[in-house]
Design a protein around this ligand. Structure first.
Ligand code: G6P
Ligand code: MG
Length: 217
């Protein structure tokens, strides 16, 4: 039976995936690398360092470690400029309601994000207290699709992966959840998130009770 939910952040709870894309796009452009939305799909859920490495590989460019660090910092500065201007309305439709309803049902709630900015964003949205555990980019060493982030979440919540549902908008994240033995809900399009057990376009399209009923069936 399902006892709790672990949520990815970017693209599931908050509409920051578009800011990551804008910032990476600008950086790729500066480096003379062409970078499309399809390629961006492969960066979703992937750490800052690995994302930059992928972009450089696509452009067949090599950077020194110090140049690499500078570019990562630059990307994050641009990203945070967007984030700072973001308001409550940037929470994705239905996300906060879904979290509150889950809490009312006494489900355990955790965060499993690759982002080092996760706590800042939860604070800006004023939803930090809803989470019993926050596993983010500051505590994981392996990027999704490695299951580490979700396994650490399960451990912190003292629950088995099979009794936890992971909500993810990224290919890498759904794969990570599956590898870890978690139940899965994809947030996005069925054509991309083929391996998720349920796919909805947003958390406004399903309720916590419906998720549990569909997965228990
Ligand atoms: C999430 C996003 C990725 C991002 C990663 C690291 O997984 O989907 O696009 O690269 O977090 O985020 P950060 O805020 O630490 O750069
Ligand atoms: Mg995401």
């Amino acid at each position: 039976t399902i006892k709790g939910f672990i949520f990815d952040l970017d693209g599931v709870i908050v509409d920051t995936a578009k800011f990551h894309f804008k910032a990476w796009h600008r950086l790729a452009h500066d480096l003379g690398i062409h970078f499309t939305e399809e390629e961006n799909e492969q960066l979703k859920g992937v750490s800052r360092r690995e994302s930059l490495q992928k972009i450089l590989d696509w452009g067949q460019i090599k950077l020194s470690e110090s140049e690499f660090e500078k570019r990562m910092a630059q990307k994050n500065d641009w990203y945070l400029e967007f984030v700072r201007e973001m308001g409550q309305e940037e929470a994705l439709p239905g996300a906060k309601e879904f979290l509150r309803e889950s809490a009312q049902l006494n489900l355990t709630i955790g965060l499993g994000s690759a982002s080092k900015n996760a706590r800042l964003i939860l604070d800006l949205l004023e939803i930090t207290p809803l989470f019993q555990t926050i596993i983010d980019g500051t505590v994981v060493s392996q990027s999704k699709p490695d299951p580490e982030v979700f396994l650490k979440g399960a451990e912190a919540l003292q629950m088995e992966p099979k009794s936890l549902v992971v909500f993810e908008d990224s290919l890498a994240g759904i794969e990570a959840a599956r590898r870890g033995g978690f139940r899965t809900v994809g947030i996005g399009s069925k054509s991309i998130l083929k391996d998720a057990e349920i796919v909805v376009s947003g958390l406004d399209q399903i309720s916590p009770v419906e998720v549990i009923n569909q997965l228990n069936f």
